[in-house]
Design a protein around this ligand. Structure first.
Ligand code: SF4
Ligand code: SF4
Length: 308
């Protein structure tokens, strides 16, 4: 450890300076946005059993980071291929994992990568923690009319990960303004009663209202409809149950090798994130997700060129 780093690691080091080092680490590893959520605010919103202290008992700070979503090209692929594109959430988790090691080794304080996984006592759709809540309160995303997907005014659509630590870090505030609905979405809503995400959702599971000032008044999301189309958590046990119940070997073989099941085995064998959940049509038509100033690598490179 350098002398400067050793000085930073001493008890009593400036929390703002420590936070700056953590933010710098995450950005160097590829995060676009990093913030610290107010722990008390999380505890007011998250239900018992799903608060940061339920995972790390002496937690003092929750760090949230976001990585970029799709490339610009990925938004243009046909629907049947779209499910296989763009998921960069694994990168967000890798950075969070590395960050927890960075905090422990540099600052001698306990830290964990917050598991993004489901609560084993709650089934396939109840997460241990809400990474979305952490990101929202850390000020790196705001809830949209598209089923509460978080959007950022500059980076558009991101994937999020969280780190918990016993270090005390100064919290950030939620975004002052929500980029959703975009002005063009308000125009469309005034004319048709729907925004682009509502109109182009294949199962029409999104609805809501926009007030006279052009802000979100109400957001409705029918999760079961979206989940039926996009999520396949229960597909494997269903196929296996059908195969076990088959009357004879030929029927069992037909069940296990029919085209849908074959696709499932294929996705599992290649470890495709598309096995679990994707559709993206609501985001493909979203002007913030696809056209925010720094929404994709091309826009970010062009912005960097303009700075030079
Ligand atoms: S992911 Fe697909 S089904 Fe779900 S809300 Fe978006 S467009 Fe609708
Ligand atoms: S298309 Fe995007 S910006 Fe427009 S209302 Fe839907 S989520 Fe919000």
């Amino acid at each position: 450890m350098s002398e400067a780093a050793a000085r930073e690691a001493r008890p009593g080091a400036d929390p703002a300076a420590i936070k700056a080092q953590i933010v710098e680490y995450c950005k160097r590893k590829g995060a676009l946005a990093v913030g610290v959520a107010d722990l008390e605010a999380i505890d007011r919103v998250a239900p018992p059993g799903h608060r940061p202290g339920d995972i790390l008992p002496n937690v003092r700070s929750v760090i949230s980071l976001g990585v970029g979503g799709q490339t610009q090209g990925a938004w243009t692929v046909p629907t049947k291929a779209f499910a296989y594109f763009g998921s960069t959430e694994g990168r967000a988790y890798s950075i969070a994992y590395g960050c927890s090691f960075f905090i422990e080794s540099r600052f001698r304080a306990r830290a964990i990568y917050c598991p993004p996984d489901m609560d084993p006592e709650g089934g396939a759709r109840i997460p241990l923690q809400s990474l979305k809540l952490h990101a929202e309160l850390a000020g790196i995303g705001a809830r949209s009319l598209a089923g509460d997907i978080l959007l950022h005014p500059e980076f558009g659509y991101m994937y999020y990960a969280s780190v918990f630590t016993e270090l005390e870090l100064p919290p950030d505030r939620p975004l002052a303004t929500n980029p959703c609905p975009a002005p063009s979405c308000v125009d469309m809503y005034r004319k048709t009663g729907q925004t682009p995400c509502m109109k182009f959702c294949p199962v029409q599971c999104l609805s809501g209202t926009i007030d006279e000032r052009g802000r979100q008044a109400e957001m409705r999301y029918e999760m079961a409809k979206c989940a039926e189309l996009t999520q396949q958590y229960e597909a494997v046990p269903e196929v296996l149950a059908e195969a076990l119940a088959a009357g004879d070997a030929a029927a069992r073989e037909r069940t296990l090798f029919d085209p849908d099941a074959s696709l499932l085995w294929y996705k599992m064998s290649v470890g495709s994130g598309g096995l679990l959940a994707q559709c993206f049509e609501c985001m493909r038509v979203c002007p913030i997700a696809t056209r925010a100033p720094l929404a994709d690598p091309i826009r970010r490179a062009q912005a960097a060129d303009r700075k030079d």
